[in-house]
Design a protein around this ligand. Sequence first.
Ligand code: CTP
Ligand code: MG
Length: 230
Amino acid sequence: TSYWVIVPAAGAGKRMGADKPKQYLPLSGKPLIAHTLENILHWPGLKGIVVAIAADDTEFATLRCAQDARIQTVTGGAERADSVLAALDYLSEREAPETSILVHDAARPLVRVADIRKLLAAAPMALLAQPASDTVKLSQTRGGKTEVRETLPRDQIWLAQTPQKAPLGKLRETLLQGLAENSTAITDEASALERAGFHPELVAACRSNFKITHPADLLLAEALLQHRAV
Ligand code: CTP
Ligand code: MG
């Protein structure tokens, strides 16, 4: 079964603190986002990619893969969910509501194709995730201090990654509804699906599929890419 991939790439990369959005920073000789897109172009059954880029983006068009006929762009929005919705709007005018969609962060260049195969074989709503390795504390603030409220059962804690998979129509409906009700709670696709009563399947993925967020993450990604190349 074929599917479309949506790549939100309209963020500013504030936590990276660089002079341009992190998706355009160099990583092993080419922009981070070029690694991500070239990786996706090898996924089995791919129909095409819709990349959401910032309204003032001047860099995307300079990428070599921007010329690939399988890659389209749309203008993203203020939050990640708005960027994903812009791409869903584009696709909903062209594809049936049952069409499978995989949303994958531009900032995750290292996802493995073996994990993509597992995700494709999972339930129609599913996401890659990593079982927590640290003990997880739920916090509360009291008297100006942040303190432990309780320790969550670690064997039930998963850290969400991307891609996150869902049918086009349901994903668009639930994201629109989630944003209208409580936009700050919608930090990934699964959170919108959950609010609507769905329970996406968790698919254990390699921890190298981390999201490049802070400066040290670039160094780690570079080391992993070099390791893979040998
Ligand atoms: N993203 C997007 N549109 C936004 C915000 C984020 O398309 N309005 C994208 C980012 O470009 C990134 C992905 O969503 O590929 C995950 O978001 P995140 O890691 O938070 O990236 P940024 O928002 O750019 O970084 P920061 O939160 O540090 O500013
Ligand atoms: Mg962000």
